[in-house]
Design a binder for this molecule. Structure first.
Ligand code: AMP
Length: 226
């Protein structure tokens, strides 16, 4: 098959994969293998030439930007952190559509007995643990709050409970994880949802394949919002 007639979509397993499936279905695309039961990382679809690759959420922008995939789905948080990691001068991706899936918010949380408002008022220097250092840095800088950022790769909730940090910046969906760890949300930094990202050259070369997909996705997102 001519490579210009193939399309590779990068997705991460879990919520993004699950919530992208109905959008693909609306575009007439059925993924033929279930990542829960299959160990394959390249999943065929009912459309010859269209395939899904499973990558880590944080790798989706890299795959799309460098040609491992033509398009992908990832959270706005991932896109912001990816751009910041490359000096903020990142222009290698188009973000044509907010898919409105995997919705959550980026928040600051502290132990229930920590007086965050007072610490901020008094100009205290806060130790903040997070995976999202660019978002946290920008947020606290905009508030004029001095912070020492501590980069973690997971289980942020543990940091204040062990004395590693005063606060965390993390994604919150239901709030159950915070509650289970006796943390309270004290700031809502931004709402997050997943976006479709496309490599500009892919759109140029494979526009005939990508544009109808974009239109079907957009229509499905609109229908879902109504
Ligand atoms: P919850 O307990 O529902 O508030 O979910 C919070 C946990 O799930 C945290 O560990 C978050 O990092 C993670 N989380 C929530 N929503 C998302 C999302 N849309 N994408 C990735 N991780 C998420």
């Amino acid at each position: 098959m001519n490579p210009d007639e193939t399309l590779t979509l990068a997705l991460s397993k879990g919520r993004i994969f699950d919530e992208t499936l109905p959008l693909l279905r609306a575009a007439g695309i059925e993924v033929l293998e279930d990542p829960q039961t299959s160990r394959r990382l390249i999943l065929p679809t009912n459309r010859p030439g269209v395939r899904v690759v499973l990558v880590r959420a944080t790798d989706v922008p890299t795959y799309v930007e460098h040609g491992g995939a033509d398009l992908g789905v990832c959270g706005k948080d991932t896109l912001i952190e990816h751009a910041a990691a490359w000096g903020g001068a990142h222009v290698g991706l188009l973000e044509p559509l907010d898919l409105g899936i995997a919705r959550c918010r980026m928040s600051v949380a502290v132990p229930a007995d920590f007086d965050y408002a007072r610490a901020v008022r008094q100009g205290a220097r806060l130790r903040v643990a997070t995976k999202y250092v660019a978002i946290a840095r920008e947020f606290f800088a905009s508030k004029g709050v001095h912070v020492d950022l501590i980069k973690l790769y997971g289980s942020m909730e543990l940091a204040p409970l062990t004395g590693l940090a005063d606060a965390i910046v993390d994604l919150v969906s239901t709030g159950n994880t915070l509650k289970a760890n006796r943390l309270v949300e004290v700031e809502r930094i931004m709402d997050i949802s997943s976006r479709l990202v496309v490599r500009p050259t892919a759109l140029k070369v494979k526009g005939g394949l990508i544009r109808p997909l974009l239109q079907a996705f957009a229509a499905a997102v609109r229908a879902d919002a109504d």
